[in-house]
Design a binder for this molecule. Structure first.
Ligand SMILES: *[C@@H]1O[C@H](CO)[C@@H](O)[C@H](O)[C@H]1NC(C)=O
Ligand SMILES: *[C@@H]1O[C@H](CO)[C@@H](O)[C@H](O)[C@H]1NC(C)=O
Ligand SMILES: *[C@@H]1O[C@H](CO)[C@@H](O)[C@H](O)[C@H]1NC(C)=O
Ligand SMILES: *[C@@H]1O[C@H](CO)[C@@H](O)[C@H](O)[C@H]1NC(C)=O
Ligand SMILES: *[C@@H]1O[C@H](CO)[C@@H](O)[C@H](O)[C@H]1NC(C)=O
Length: 942
């Protein structure tokens, strides 16, 4: 069926001869056009003489409207013109600029321009050399950066200019997130607003993310508060062909300086020079669509067929259009039908005509290789693989992509293990890709990660070996280029769009937070909360971070010198530097250690000289699934859910897997995990404390605390089976506790639920309730009071989760209830978390600041298992952004000692052979673990 829908909106073109790019063919084409025109004029005159009908009804020899045919012919020109990147320099004003906004002068900023100094060789630039931070002023006018220069005189600029003094702080272009579902999957997630996947069919290249985009999604503002000004809004990854995507800027409605609250007003390029598309391969499409015996895809093989079948049809569609256009150009009289225009194939046709920037979600080598083959078979360009965890293993495959430019890899820094295809991943992937001449780009997949912190992904890429300037480029210039905005976004240069962030500290430092954000030259925050970081300076890149130790050594004797900070609980030292001696599983000496060094110098003991060494407690992962699960979505690797039956984590421990090895490597030598209730992040049963370095639970000391606490879940997951509501769940918990209080003698099975609850009600075991909402937390506190009134003893209640705990912080403090925040920084992903505080510049502090101020005992848990990579950095954010609330040692306590204090369990500490040696401050991005002692005879040394 021909559909006479309006053609896609492109830049107005002066109908250049559309077919072919060679001069010769163009000449021929021109002749054809001229001949056609002459023929048409002659025909029209003949019609006028021979027929009295009005011109609007003029028909060709086959009875088709000539007017319509001419419109079709004009469409041919648009169809056959490949898209081009929109210009940057040379614009008088940004097409997004709205009248009435004053120019802005940002004075005294330390600027990351986004490109190396002139004269830098391509080879040096590739190594991240030639880039620098410069001190200058920036002048913004008509939505553009008009000038970047030292000391722009106020006398030279418009009188109504707004002056912002950056006071020397870092300034970058707005951050670009090349993978977001903001707006199409608004937060908190509600079924009624969830529009990110069109799952009616596996092949839906024709649906468009803008048609399901909710501009009032509050998360759009939250994301911007992290300095993100531009996002690629992709359809989800359920479908092999998910649909068209759009690039938006994070300004909507009057409060952001826009006239409208509309998706149209948010488009980063109102002229829509490029179109964008999302495809996906691997686990999702076969899981969502495959139905054995009925339809595919049920395998990766079936997925490739789905792709190729769709591309085959689009190729035919394009060929048919081209044939029509050639025939029509030769004369409209003999054309037998109108130009075929079908919305179903229009988007994919545009991809084959190089008018679409394609982004494809693929993880594994077979997926990557098959897709690269499709690009060559059907001749289309791929701009980036997303979730591209295994791309670093196959650079040569990527380099075979059609079009001469290998796709970039849109990555997370550490988020992995959540399903089989995310299992083989490396935190060093970005560095390995870069070393192979490829481009890493860091993305959020918001709401999977909170895009507010996408720059932290880039920061961690730097920590894991990517050169500093390349890491900054990975969220600015690299995505700008891949999106076709290379002349407009990502750099601080005259002629670029005026999207600017002034940061309170180096954007790649821990806790970096925008002070103000401008979009198209308009400041976005009227009254931003500003964190006080007087000493923040831009970093000096540390090239040593690129020295990756793939295989650490195991040593039973090792000496570290140059340890300048000892942050062990109970150890105070005024020494400038210390030597730390590890011998046979324990610290043998901290201090001058003259005798040990003397002995070592005469033996072959390894001595490691550190610069700015730190000795700290090892860390603890609390409340995650580590030790119970290796791959989140793979049942085979999992202890399983326990929705109905109370159980003990110790009975389900599964040790010696990748999650645990990684935890250990990053200094997390202990974990306390509870059985899952229904899915990750929910708990039911007793938790076990165990060593992440143990090979089996039979190893001596592997389980250091058998039943640490009794866990229940009172969030939405509680609604299951006969428990139809939260009120039923709260009532059931209260009844069980009261029954336990009424028990006259201990149950015969000392490991049954009632036996553990008897210990909870007499205060000898803590009760840990997983809950995010202030309401569920309030219910838990009331149950505690009810039970205590009967037992006359203190019920030790701890809240795990606690997104909204800050709302009842004073009451929690009064009731002696502690909170283990998990995640540390909630962002309203669920209704129960909707009042989470997301921090400066939007809110004054986050939950942890409010809890600390109220005097609530707090610790930090692990919400997603990959967080074992950066527990120290999470403590670092609390330290940096806490305005002096905590010392460094206290901040580290959030992910170590505090957990044990809250639960009343003794922590295996340095005396038991648990400690970590770092080079650099473990709260800072540039630190690295040099040695881990985790209760084993040997120390793991990097
Ligand atoms: C820029 O700001 C820094 C830090 O506040 C200050 O030391 C310096 O004097 C300022 N420079 C100028 C030119 O105002
Ligand atoms: C936007 O609003 C301003 C102020 O109300 C007005 O001057 C301007 O013409 C409007 N621009 C557009 C494009 O509607
Ligand atoms: C609490 O109850 C448990 C089980 O009945 C018992 O073993 C334990 O001794 C009690 N502890 C206290 C402090 O009363
Ligand atoms: C509760 O305990 C307190 C202090 O331990 C004691 O004074 C009080 O008599 C007890 N009340 C009951 C009802 O047992
Ligand atoms: C933020 O809250 C703290 C107290 O926690 C208060 O001292 C400070 O003035 C507040 N800052 C702003 C900008 O409201």
């Amino acid at each position: 069926m021909d559909v006479k829908g309006s053609p896609p909106a492109y830049t107005a073109v002066d109908a250049p001869p559309p077919w072919g790019r060679s001069r010769i063919r163009r000449g021929r084409a021109l002749r054809l056009v001229v001949i056609t025109c002459i023929a048409f004029i002659a025909f029209a005159q003949w019609r006028q003489i021979s027929s009295p009908s009005p011109p609007s009804q003029e028909l060709n020899a086959h009875g088709l409207s000539l007017k319509q045919l001419q419109e079709n012919l004009a469409t041919c020109a648009k169809l056959r013109k490949p898209a081009e990147d929109p210009i940057g320099a040379g614009r008088e004003r940004n097409a997004r600029y709205l009248d009435g906004h004053s120019p802005t002068l940002i004075k005294n900023a330390t600027i990351w321009v986004g490109e190396p100094a002139e004269g830098t060789s391509a080879e040096d630039a590739r190594k991240g050399k030639g880039y620098d931070w410069i001190n200058a002023d920036v002048y913004l006018e008509y939505g553009l950066i008009k000038e970047v220069g030292s000391s722009i005189a106020e006398s030279r600029i418009a009188a109504d200019t707004i002056v912002f003094n950056a006071q020397g702080r870092p300034l970058t272009a707005g951050i670009i997130d090349m993978h977001s579902h903001a707006g199409v999957g608004p937060l908190p997630e509600l079924r009624g607003y969830e529009d990110s996947n069109e799952v009616s069919s596996d092949i839906t290249p024709y649906v468009r993310s803008i048609d399901g985009f909710h501009p009032y999604d509050h998360q759009i503002e939250v994301i911007k508060s992290g300095g993100v000004t531009t996002s690629l809004i992709l359809p989800g990854s359920a479908n092999n062909m998910g649909g068209e995507a759009f690039v938006i800027k994070h300004a909507t409605g009057k409060s952001d300086g826009r006239n409208e609250t509309s998706i149209n007003d948010m488009l980063a390029d109102p002229e829509r020079n490029w179109r964008f598309m999302k495809m996906a391969c691997g686990e999702n499409p076969k899981r969502v669509y495959g139905k054995s015996g009925e339809h595919g895809p049920t395998s990766r093989m079936g997925e490739s067929w789905e792709f190729r079948h769709a591309f085959e049809q689009a190729t035919q569609y394009v060929r048919e259009q081209d044939d029509w256009c050639e025939a029509a150009a030769a004369g409209l009289q003999n054309v037998k039908r109108y130009l075929r225009q079908e919305i179903r194939w229009n988007s994919l046709g545009a991809l084959l005509r190089d008018q679409v920037r394609l982004n494809t979600h693929c993880y594994t080598i077979p997926d990557l290789e098959a897709f690269i083959e499709h690009t060559n078979e059907f001749k289309f360009k791929l701009r980036a693989f997303h979730h591209a965890h295994q791309t670093y293993m196959v650079p040569d495959v990527l380099k075979r992509a059609y079009g001469g430019e290998p796709p970039a890899s849109a990555l997370f820094s550490e988020s992995m293990w959540y399903k089989a295809e995310a299992f083989f991943a490396s935190e060093h992937a970005g560095k390995y890709l870069w070393d192979n001449g490829l481009t890493p780009i860091y993305v959020s997949d918001n709401p999977v990660l909170n895009a507010q912190h996408v720059v932290f992904e880039a920061a961690k890429a730097y920590r894991h070996g990517l050169p500093y300037h390349v890491a900054l480029a990975s969220v600015t210039t690299a995505p700008a280029y891949r999106l076709g905005f290379g002349k407009r976004l990502g750099k601080v240069k005259a002629g670029f769009d005026a999207d600017i962030v002034v940061w309170d500290s180096d954007p790649l430092s821990v806790g970096a937070t925008p002070v103000q954000v401008w979009i198209d030259g308009t400041a976005q925050f009227e009254d931003p909360v500003e964190l006080h970081k007087p000493d923040a300076k831009v970093m000096v890149p540390d090239e040593k971070l690129a020295n990756i130790v793939e295989k650490p050594e195991l040593l039973d004797e090792v000496i570290f010198t140059g340890v300048s900070h000892v942050l062990l609980p109970g150890v105070e030292s005024n020494r400038q530097t210390h030597t730390v001696v590890f011998s046979k599983g324990k610290i043998a000496c901290i201090g001058a250690c003259v005798r040990e060094r003397d002995v070592a110098s005469r033996s072959d003991t390894t001595i490691i000289k550190l610069e700015n060494g730190y000795l700290t407690d090892s860390l603890t992962a609390f409340g995650s699934t580590v030790g119970l699960n290796a791959i989140d979505a793979e049942k085979e690797t999992d202890n399983g859910d326990n929705a109905k039956i109370f159980s003990r984590a110790e009975d389900g421990l599964r040790l010696d897997d990748t999650k645990l090895h990684t935890a250990y490597k990053y200094g997390v030598t202990k974990a306390i995990s509870a059985p899952k209730f229904r899915g990750a992040g929910t708990h039911y049963g007793t938790s076990a404390g165990f060593l992440t370095g143990a090979t089996s639970a039979l190893e001596k000391g592997a389980v250091f605390a058998s039943d640490v606490a009794v866990h229940y879940t009172l969030d939405q997951a509680a609604k299951t089976g006969d428990t139809t509501s939260i009120s039923v769940a709260v009532g059931a918990l209260r009844r069980k506790l009261l029954e336990a209080a009424a028990l006259e003698e201990s149950p015969a099975d000392a490991y049954c639920e009632a036996a553990f609850l008897a210990k909870v009600v007499n205060g000898s075991l803590p009760l840990v309730i997983t809950a995010q909402s202030a309401d569920s937390i309030s219910s838990a506190v009331k149950v505690k009071a009810t039970v205590e009134a009967v037992t006359n003893s203190t019920l030790r209640l701890v809240i795990l989760g606690g997104a909204e705990s800050w709302l009842v912080a004073d009451q929690l403090a009064d009731a002696g209830v502690g909170v283990i925040l998990s995640p540390l920084f909630s962002y309203a992903t669920t209704w129960d978390q909707r009042r989470a505080l997301t921090g400066a510049p939007l809110t004054n502090g986050t939950a942890i600041d409010r809890l600390l101020d109220a005097g609530v005992p707090v610790a930090v848990g692990v919400n997603q298992d990959f967080e074992v990579y950066d527990l120290g950095l999470q403590a670092g954010i609390v330290y940096k952004n806490g305005g002096g609330r905590l010392s460094e040692k206290q901040a580290l306590g959030l992910v170590s000692g505090n957990i044990y204090k809250l639960l009343g369990v003794k922590q295996p500490g340095a005396a038991e052979g648990h400690f970590v040696i770092h080079e650099g401050n473990p709260l800072e991005i540039g630190s690295r673990v040099k040695g881990v002692a985790g209760g084993r005879r040997e120390m793991t040394v990097f």
